[in-house]
Design a protein around this ligand. Structure first.
Ligand code: ADP
Length: 476
């Protein structure tokens, strides 16, 4: 059943739901109406019976032989009652029938009621013959001082007919109402789900070549509209990632081609005119230089690819920042000394961070390398830490030529270099900051740059305090 249900279309399921819900509501409503009306009609009959009793009792009298007699006196209401064919019996306390006044001949009634059993007020419904139901009230009364039991009758046929009509109307109306609900439900569902069909058709047409297409969105404020909006936003993000990927591939191919072209050109020239050993040596030297550049580029690309490919969280370990900065200073000391630069570390020895050491180191190495590369001779490059309420901040400052504000975001994009020609001669391929940014973001932090032309640059790494960081007395 469940399988069958799930295989039906949403339209059909909604239509069936509507029909079922309507049927249930109608049944409950009809039952309620039936109960209320039946109760009201029964109460009305009982009220009439009491009135009948009140009318009959004072009109009864005893004749000279002691027989009970019914005299219609002309007071208000009596004639009406007599016209309505009064229907009653008078019984003695000894259960002898004293008077019977029936609107139908007695012989027509098959099941004449037995004498009353108790002498108290009681109501009952009895079937005198097939289909003839009457409501009976028995009540003790007095006829000129003599105690009697008066039994009054009221025909229930009218009431029963009314109730039967309610049932008939309901039974006839049910299928109609359910069918209307089902058809209405189906039409409403078809109309409401029409945008979904349109969306499905359009979604089928979207491929990697047509990521700029969007789903139709007729009403952005309803549920389907919101779904289309979310889907379209996803498409926008996908499109952006896709074009970024395409740009990256194009840039990477371009960057790989340049050294390869240079290698080939130098090799061809050497082959053609290379009889001089000194010249050949020089050619091999420059070929090795290009090969090294290629290796660096491929290494950087691999690092980026690995960072993007491994989705698992960066591993967290306690990292003593001061120690790490000193380690990096030692690594770059020779390079800085070649340019007459000094590398200074200012850091509190007690600051320990819960983060991925390899990623943090990778980011710092790139930042320090850039600072040295882009700073003039005899200048100073500083590495410092500062504790902030939100976390720890590690800054790498130089007094180089600085970066114009319009490039502050772009420098973190792969292969972007402010001055391509100059950077290339200096060996950069434009991947260092992209790698640093990704490494820090994977550790839950961020990198920002503060710089202006000819003012030097400060690159700040902010690592959040709460999740990854902890300051403890030099335990590491
Ligand atoms: P590259 O390999 O060229 O250094 P990066 O991604 O590390 O690539 O840097 C991108 C660009 O940002 C560099 O080409 C350079 O123009 C600029 N840049 C990065 N760091 C500095 C700095 N400390 N001072 C001035 N410019 C910088």
């Amino acid at each position: 059943m469940k399988g069958w249900w799930l295989q039906r279309s949403v339209r059909l399921r909604l239509a069936l739901w509507y029909a079922t819900a309507t049927a249930l509501v109608l049944i409950a409503f009809a039952w309620f109406v039936y109960e209320v009306i039946e109760h009201r009609l029964a109460a009305e009959i009982d009220r009439q019976l009491r009135i009948d009793f009140d009318l009959v009792e004072p009109q009864l009298s005893l004749d000279t032989e002691g027989r009970v007699d019914w005299t219609i006196r002309g007071s208000h209401g009596d004639e009406g009652f007599s016209r309505l064919s009064a229907w009653f019996e008078v019984w003695s306390e000894k259960r002898e029938l004293l008077l019977r006044h029936w609107p139908v001949p007695e012989s027509n009634i098959k099941n004449v009621l037995p004498p009353p059993r108790t002498s108290t007020l009681s109501f009952a419904t009895v079937e005198l013959e097939h289909g003839l139901f009457v409501r009976v009230m028995e009540r003790p009364g007095r006829v000129q001082g003599r105690s009697v039991i008066i039994r009054v009758f009221r025909d229930e046929t009218e009431m029963r007919r009314t109730l039967r009509e309610i049932v008939e109307v309901s039974v006839l109306g049910f299928p109609l109402a359910c069918a209307l609900a089902a058809i209405g439900g189906y039409l409403v569902a078809t109309r409401s789900l029409a945008p979904l069909d349109a969306m499905a058709r359009q979604a089928r047409r979207i491929t990697s070549e047509s990521l700029s297409k969007r789903l139709p969105n007729l009403n952005p404020s309803d549920e389907l509209g919101r779904l289309a909006t979310v889907f379209n936003e996803t498409l926008t993000r996908l499109e952006a990632s896709f074009s970024e990927l395409q740009r990256f591939t194009a840039d990477a191919s371009h960057e790989l081609r340049s050294p390869l072209t240079a290698l080939r050109a130098v090799g061809e020239v050497a082959l053609r005119d290379g009889n001089d050993p000194a010249m050949l040596r020089e050619t091999i030297g420059s070929m090795l230089e290009e090969a090294e550049r290629l290796t660096d580029l491929v290494d950087a690309l691999l690092t980026l690819a690995r960072m993007d490919a491994t989705k698992a969280d960066a591993t967290r370990e306690g990292v003593n920042i001061a120690k790490l900065l000193e380690e990096i200073r030692d690594q770059f000391e020779v390079l800085a000394a070649e340019k007459g630069q000094t590398l200074a570390v200012t850091s509190d020895h007690n600051v320990a961070v819960q983060t991925d050491r390899t990623l943090l180191r990778l980011a710092l190495v790139n930042l320090v390398h850039n600072a040295i590369q882009h700073s003039p001779s005899n200048s100073k490059v500083s590495l410092a830490t500062a504790l902030r309420p939100s976390g720890v901040e590690i800054s790498v400052s130089d007094s180089g030529r600085g970066i114009a504000p319009e490039y502050h975001e772009k420098i973190f994009e792969p292969f972007f270099r402010v001055d391509k020609a100059r950077s290339r001669s200096g060996g950069g391929v434009g991947l260092g900051l992209a790698i640093a940014k990704r490494a820090i973001e994977r550790s839950g932090g961020r990198i920002i740059v503060e710089s202006d032309l000819n003012r030097g640059s400060v690159f700040r790494i902010e690592l959040p305090w709460s999740s990854q960081l902890a300051t403890s007395p030099a335990t590491i």
